[in-house]
Write a protein that binds this ligand. Structure first.
Ligand SMILES: NC(=O)c1ccc[n+]([C@@H]2O[C@H](COP(=O)([O-])OP(=O)(O)OC[C@H]3O[C@@H](n4cnc5c(N)ncnc54)[C@H](OP(=O)(O)O)[C@@H]3O)[C@@H](O)[C@H]2O)c1
Length: 381
């Protein structure tokens, strides 16, 4: 029987790569649900190819256009609650969470509560509510399968290992496009420059996050929850070639690494197949041609966002929610030309430093803390 799959954020970089994996394994999957924010043209093409039962589109004018263009048999859901409705109303075996930002939180939580596999690229919900998501997954029997290449690597290295035998997780970072820049040069970075990543082709927000190293900070918090390892045991190392996707050091001092060419279809396929593996026609890594691999410590002075993420996870409670919310507000403002590149860490640090309740309870409490932090961050722009 084919597995019934919902792809949330299907018109984005991860969503399209995921549909490519599905296309290559047509006999294994039936796409039942798709969602996007406003790209009705791409979603219409996906409907024609994959014939889902329902789709969701949150932007109202785009939703109107799609509703009149889509075949009658396809349900077209509207509004911000569309992704949650898709998850709650469709029978599915796996949900791919590939929406950008905190907007994906409610749908991730809804999928976890259904006890199905969640292949998760959308790291922000884990940053905001990792403890709650992981304990709900345990309670409802849901598997959270990471798509982020670093977390996929760690997941693979940890397979069948005893948790108490893990000494350290080592997350690799490409270092982004500004690895060699001075602080002064960084201050003049434009949105166009920040959107040119040397190794990965990704959505706009994560591309900027990679350049500031906030992406790595969010990944430290993501790893903390996915693998139940305290942040002080999670180290970041810059590895510009992006061949070693991450490593695990064990108590006997042995280090395991997972390697491969940078292609998101590999970790996406593994998140869907694990613990099995499917044959693929993707390009192979030639170790002999690889030449050298470089590793170096990150420069926290030039890239303060990484330190801010460690600070937030150390504080706990609402601090990671504030970090994430402030980052989303600041990146959007930077891309809109309203603040400079060096203002991104400034806005985050200010929002993080503001007093406010650290304790949070339940999904509603998290949403409230998120909304309050966004308000504070807007005030700091
Ligand atoms: N790209 C990568 O290689 C990569 C790697 C690891 C992890 N991730 C993570 O995966 C997630 C997606 O990244 P991406 O690069 O694929 O982003 P992206 O290309 O910008 O795609 C985002 C997708 O989510 C939809 N979307 C955006 N905001 C939404 C909202 N408020 N409500 C509902 N849908 C919304 C978009 O719809 P429209 O197209 O209509 O705007 C699109 O389908 C992020 O959390 C990122 O950190 C990405």
């Amino acid at each position: 029987m084919r597995r019934r799959i919902i792809v949330l954020g299907s018109t984005g970089s991860i969503g399209k790569n995921c549909l490519d994996v599905v296309r290559a394994n047509k006999n294994l999957f039936k796409v039942v649900g798709l969602s996007a924010q406003s790209n009705d043209g791409e979603l219409a093409a996906q409907i024609a190819e994959f014939k889902p039962e329902k789709v969701a589109l949150s932007n109202e004018p785009s939703w109107r256009r799609l509703r009149s263009a889509a075949p009658r048999r396809v349900g077209v859901l509207a509004g911000d609650s569309g992704p949650v409705e898709l998850v709650e109303t469709l029978k599915a075996d796996v949900v791919v969470a590939a929406i950008t930002g905190g907007a994906g939180l409610a749908s991730v939580f809804a999928a976890v509560k259904k006890g199905i596999r969640v292949a998760i690229a959308n790291k922000e919900p884990l940053v905001m509510a990792g403890g709650m998501i992981m304990s709900a997954a345990k309670k409802h029997g849901s598997t959270i399968a990471p798509i982020d290449s670093e977390h996929s690597a760690i997941w693979q290295c940890l397979h069948k290992e005893r948790p108490d035998r893990v000494a350290r997780l080592i997350l690799t970072a490409s270092g982004g496009p500004f690895l060699g820049m001075t602080k002064r040069q960084l201050a003049g970075v434009t949105p166009a420059q920040a959107l040119r990543h040397p190794r990965w082709k990704m959505g706009r927000k994560i591309t900027v996050d990679s350049s500031t190293m906030m992406n790595k900070g969010l990944e430290v918090i993501e790893a903390r929850w996915l693998f139940d390892v305290p942040a002080k045991k999670i180290e970041v190392v810059v590895h510009p070639q992006s061949i070693v996707h991450s490593m695990v050091e064990f108590v006997d001092s042995s280090v395991m690494a997972q390697l491969g060419l940078p292609d998101m279809r590999v970790p996406i396929a593994y998140a869907l197949s694990a613990p099995d593996r499917w044959p693929s026609r993707l390009r192979r890594l030639s170790v002999a041609e690889m030449g050298r691999l470089d590793f170096m410590p990150p420069d926290l002075k030039r890239f303060p966002c990484l330190s801010l993420a460690y600070e937030a996870v150390e504080k706990g409670g609402a601090a990671p929610i504030r970090l994430n919310a402030a980052n989303e507000v600041a990146v959007e403002a930077f891309l809109g030309g309203r603040i400079g590149y060096a203002d991104i860490p400034r806005v985050i640090a200010k929002t993080l430093g503001r007093n406010g309740p650290l304790k949070i309870g339940g999904l509603e409490g998290i949403m409230e803390a998120d909304a309050a932090a966004r308000e504070t961050a807007r005030g700091c722009l």
